[in-house]
Write a protein that binds this ligand. Structure first.
Ligand code: ADP
Length: 387
């Protein structure tokens, strides 16, 4: 089969891509468009002997972004678009279709149906799918769902205590998300460690318990809204407080969906910003404590899930960069006999996984610079190879 795979990572506002030669998993080209739907978005494209950095008018959405990427591949990569063997999408959720699969109308319909649950994620992919299908009518587009890595969570850990018939009818259970990020951590660390807790903290955050390379529990659930607080998304909240608020504030389901996904999380708690850097600068101790406490609580709960822990990995924009947040979380877990190495912590390097614990630490601590696109490319390649 053709070995070149173009991976598209489409966020609600940003658009990233990586173009791989899967013979050796090398990157032929990569790039990023910072903000889709603006008249001047930053833009970056890198190939072997070519680099372009500038601005792009992306008011018209994903079409212009995709056309720009494809024209740069045509101009700067061997064989141009003709050499693209398959496309991998880092898709988010399609309910029970929680495995990598070739996207077709049925899968897209299921994604549409679940746009209510993951509006910021499914909607852009559905739009991008139509455009990509037009640009590449004859090649396979594979959806590597973020839920797929969590297929191995035992059913007792995915079950919600609600009516069983309704849960089955609508597929209401824990699915888990951030599969590309957590599976990258498993891929990098599972040879060395049996019991890993992967702490992915970014604009969107989740914690995952990994045993022998497989996910056995995670903090996100039916939707990417539960678990620890995120930039704008709420994380765990008592459901009855939401019902109470809806009645008191006269909010319908759509109002509440928007509220929970755009006005809560760090932004809602701090009323300053959704960016952890601003919250750290503002030194809002209560918000910082609420955040680090909830992450530490998830990590502790996974000690029971895993029967202990050998390694903790931090990833994502906050997990990689914030020394204070890592320290505050780990301080709450000192009872585990873990010891941070301050010198390593101050001098991190992007080497895939970078250890930040002392040699004497009972639990190893890492920063993992996750390559989500590589995991999508691997899943895409594996699926098409089997066909
Ligand atoms: P996403 O979940 O959207 O992919 P990222 O993993 O890129 O997001 O993380 C983005 C977030 O990381 C930003 O919202 C910002 O709050 C946080 N961040 C980035 N750099 C730092 C830093 N130096 N200190 C604290 N937080 C940071």
């Amino acid at each position: 089969m053709a070995c070149n795979i173009l991976v598209l990572n489409i966020g609600s506002t940003s658009f990233k891509f990586k173009y791989f030669n899967m013979e050796d998993e090398s990157v032929i080209a990569k790039g990023k468009i910072g903000s889709v739907f603006t008249d001047k978005s930053d833009f970056e494209f890198l190939a072997k002997n070519f680099k372009e950095k500038g601005f792009l008018d992306t008011k018209d959405g994903y079409k212009i972004c995709l056309e720009k990427v494809i024209s740069l591949i045509d101009e700067n990569c061997e064989g141009g678009r003709k050499n693209v063997g398959a496309i991998g999408f880092k898709t988010v959720m399609a309910g029970e279709i929680n495995y990598p699969c070739v996207l077709d109308d049925d899968v897209i319909d299921k994604m549409k149906d679940l746009s209510l649950v993951a509006p910021a994620h499914n909607t852009p992919y559905i739009e991008a799918y139509k455009i990509v299908k037009n640009l590449f009518p004859n090649i396979k587009i594979v959806g590597s769902f973020e839920t797929a890595f969590h297929n191995t969570i035992p059913s007792y850990a995915t079950m919600y205590p609600i009516d069983k018939d309704l849960a089955q009818k609508y597929g209401i259970r824990k699915y888990g998300f951030h599969g590309a990020a957590h599976s990258y951590v498993a891929h990098k660390l599972s040879d060395k460690h049996e019991k890993i807790i992967s702490v992915h903290l970014g604009g969107s955050s989740s914690v995952c318990a990994i045993k022998n390379g497989k996910s056995v529990d995670t903090s996100m659930g039916f939707s990417p809204q539960s678990g620890v607080a995120m930039n704008n998304r709420c994380g765990d909240v008592d459901i009855f407080s939401i019902l109470y608020l809806m009645e008191k504030e006269n909010m319908n389901a759509e109002d509440m969906r928007k509220f929970l996904s755009t006005k809560c999380g760090l932004l809602g708690m701090s009323k300053i910003s959704n960016d952890m850097r601003d919250i750290e600068n503002g030194n809002d101790k209560t918000v910082l404590d609420a955040y680090t406490y909830s992450v530490a609580k998830y990590i502790s709960s996974y000690l029971a899930t895993l029967g202990g822990v050998d390694a903790i990995s931090f990833s994502g924009g906050i997990g990689e960069n914030s020394i204070r947040i890592k320290k505050d979380i780990l301080k709450r877990l000192e009872f585990l006999g873990l010891e941070l190495d301050d010198e390593k912590l101050e001098n991190t390097e992007n080497t895939g996984t970078f250890e930040i614990s002392k040699d004497t630490s009972k639990v190893k601590i890492y920063i993992t610079y996750v390559d989500e696109e590589l995991m999508v490319a691997k899943n895409t390649y594996k699926l098409l190879e089997r066909r």
